[in-house]
Design a protein around this ligand. Structure first.
Ligand SMILES: CNc1nc2cc3nc(NC)[nH]c3cc2c(=O)[nH]1
Ligand SMILES: [Zn+2]
Length: 373
């Protein structure tokens, strides 16, 4: 098996799990946050910096790399790890979500999805088989099944048809996967906010025996209490001896609440995206460094942070760089935001070890200001 999971322990205070995922390019402890490197780069970060901050697995997007530079070029380079000089683990999504979120013209049918290239406008077609072959060429350690992530909210009738088609597509992904010995393929559970459909999707996919499972169809605009409710009745449907990946989730409160509900892996563009407009995650909440009040503030971004940015640069300097649109400023903000979330996941794992993740949640929420009315 290319990808295996080791359940180390379950927190006695919550449903959180401490585990380890083993892949052909190394192992990583869970719960874990995966920085997003859409075009084979975590924007403004070098692989050495990612390693130094404690990143062990990163995510890249199949749709984007298929369009640019093309999976054939990546394959000729020896695969994504050699192409981008990243020796840790890599997960690629399957392209479905980008097609639905980026492309205007699209038509879904049993065979697959017809859509327009969002850069050139040319007509394209993506199928479960094609999504597998692209990911086989990219060579990620973990690949994702080709699914439909319906918009939120969606009618139960539409969602039922979509779940049934996604399950048929999952079968075709398993058949189309050309390198199961070298790359682990995760199934994706859909079903929206409907418990009966989540149960049907989970039954369909867990009967197909994937090495890991993602919970899809969330973080698509639904309120946080809806996401938490869906997680409450979906994670128990998944096998305990396999990793669970909640797609597209990355705010600090959602990472903690997702871990409490038994999620092991998370990804989100939030930390890198808000960094590029000068918004920082700190232990006391968000900080918008462009704000004039930081012009002569020579303290670090976060006085409780020991990252490279916080140990060497001030709010005033970073504000100056960001306002001048200096690239180095966005490197400093990106490094801090990613470090902040990777450190948060280290603290979550520590709290699970000590059976006190519920207490940690209260302390963190209080300090960050999540409990403020
Ligand atoms: C690759 N398949 C797939 N990707 C996803 C990516 C997501 N990213 C978000 N929020 C940023 N929700 C997501 C759902 C899915 C989903 O249901 N399926
Ligand atoms: Zn920092």
């Amino acid at each position: 098996m290319a990808v295996t999971y080791e359940l180390i322990k379950t927190c006695k205070q919550t449903g959180a799990r401490l585990g380890k995922v083993h892949t052909p390019h190394g192992s990583f402890e869970t719960p874990m946050f995966m920085p997003v490197g859409t075009l084979a780069t975590v924007k403004t970060m070098s692989p050495e910096e990612l390693e130094r901050m404690g990143a062990q697995i990163i995510l890249s997007n199949t749709y984007h790399l298929w369009l640019r530079p093309g999976e054939d070029i990546v394959q000729e380079a020896g695969g994504l790890h050699d192409f981008m000089n990243w020796n840790g683990s890599i997960l690629t999504d399957s392209g479905g979500f980008q097609v639905f979120s980026l492309s205007d013209l699209r038509e879904i049918e049993e065979k697959g999805v017809h859509f327009r290239n969002h850069i050139s406008g040319e007509k394209l077609f993506l199928s479960p088989e094609k999504a597998m072959h692209i990911q086989n060429a990219l060579g990620a350690d973990i690949m994702m099944a080709f699914d439909e992530c319906p918009p939120y909210p969606a009618e139960h009738k539409y969602m039922k048809q979509s779940v049934e088609r996604t399950s048929r597509w999952a079968e075709r992904c398993l058949e189309g996967h050309q390198r199961p010995d070298a790359q682990g393929l995760f199934g994706i559970i859909q079903g929206g906010e409907y418990e009966d459909l989540r149960r049907q999707s989970a039954q369909d996919l867990t009967s197909m025996d994937f090495p890991g499972y993602a919970i899809g169809g969330l973080s698509v605009g639904e309120p946080k209490d809806v996401m938490n409710r869906v997680l409450d009745f979906t994670t128990p449907l998944l096998p305990t001896q396999k990793p669970r990946y909640l797609m597209g989730v990355g705010s600090p409160d959602s990472l903690i609440d997702g871990s409490i509900r038994g999620i092991d892996m998370f990804d989100c563009v939030l930390p890198t995206r808000i960094a590029r407009n000068g918004t920082l995650m700190t232990s006391e909440g968000r900080l918008v460094v462009r704000n004039a009040k930081f012009a002569r503030d020579f303290r670090p971004i976060d006085e409780n942070c020991d990252c490279h940015t916080c140990r060497n640069y001030s709010r005033a300097y970073i504000r100056h760089l960001v306002k001048a649109n200096e690239t180095f400023g966005f490197r400093l903000t990106t490094y801090h935001n990613l470090y902040f979330l990777l450190k948060l996941m280290r603290q979550v794992r520590e709290a699970i070890r000590e059976d006190r993740l519920g207490d940690f949640r209260e302390e963190f929420f209080e300090q960050y200001g999540f409990n403020k009315p």
